[in-house]
Ligand binder design. Structure first.
Ligand SMILES: [Zn+2]
Length: 233
């Protein structure tokens, strides 16, 4: 028959194995975690698209301004050429030149706005690229830290598993059954400590006789509150 202290030691290793396994599962999840990185990349791509469409709009306006400037010059030349002498026709040509100039001036204003918008897009892209670079660096550092810790935890798991199987081998079959049955019914903890006359697992104050029996040892005492095997101290 195992002593309660031996079963407590078995439980301690068992819980440690469980905790390391859980940590490894968490680390595995974190290793695939790239939401921030994906968001940063998407933000850069969006800024890039905005910049390209801003650039296209600005180039289109530039071409329109140039075309219109050429039209204005042609109309001015025609007006000055002396080809037309009819006052009414001249008046209509002058009106046409004036209209073309107004249109050119409006377009120049729009081209200037497009240029300013382009500057804003360029600044935005630069800011997002820098945010992305920082997100990439943070991500990489985090991934490396996760991999490092996972390596350490795996080594720890190997040691703990070896210890657990040694302890398990040393436990008589009847005690294994008792331990397994209590563990599965009592949230993974078959053995509880008794301290100051109370069960440390469920908090029940034990009757004096029960607490004494635990401290004296020799017989197995189960907590009347939670049913766990009690270990003194
Ligand atoms: Zn208890």
């Amino acid at each position: 028959m195992s002593t309660v202290a031996e079963l407590w030691a078995l439980q301690t290793t068992d819980l440690a194995v469980e905790a390391v396994r859980q940590r490894l599962t968490e680390l595995e999840k974190q290793l695939g975690e790239r939401a921030e990185l994906t968001a940063a990349r998407a933000a850069t791509a969006e800024a890039q698209t905005e910049l390209e469409s801003g650039r296209a709009a600005q180039q289109k306006l530039d071409r329109q301004v140039k075309d219109l400037a050429a039209q204005v010059r042609a109309a001015e030349r025609d007006l000055m050429s002396g080809r037309v002498r009819n006052p009414r026709e001249l008046e209509s040509m002058e009106a046409n030149v004036a209209a073309l100039r107004r249109r050119r001036s409006t377009l120049e204003g729009e081209a200037l706005e497009a240029m300013l918008e382009l500057d804003r897009c360029e600044a935005q892209l630069a800011a997002r690229q820098s945010q992305q670079a920082s997100a990439e660096a943070t991500h990489q550092a985090r991934q490396e830290a996760i991999k490092r810790e996972a390596g350490q935890r795996l080594a720890e798991l190997k040691t703990l598993s070896a210890r657990l199987s040694q302890q398990w081998e040393a436990t008589p079959p009847a005690d294994r059954d008792l331990y397994k049955s209590l563990r599965s019914r009592k949230g993974g903890r078959a053995v509880a400590r008794e301290q100051g006359g109370a069960c440390q697992a469920c908090g029940l104050m034990l009757a004096t006789g029960v607490a004494q029996a635990v401290r004296v040892g020799g017989q197995r005492v189960f907590c009347p509150g939670c049913g766990r095997l009690l270990l003194a101290g």
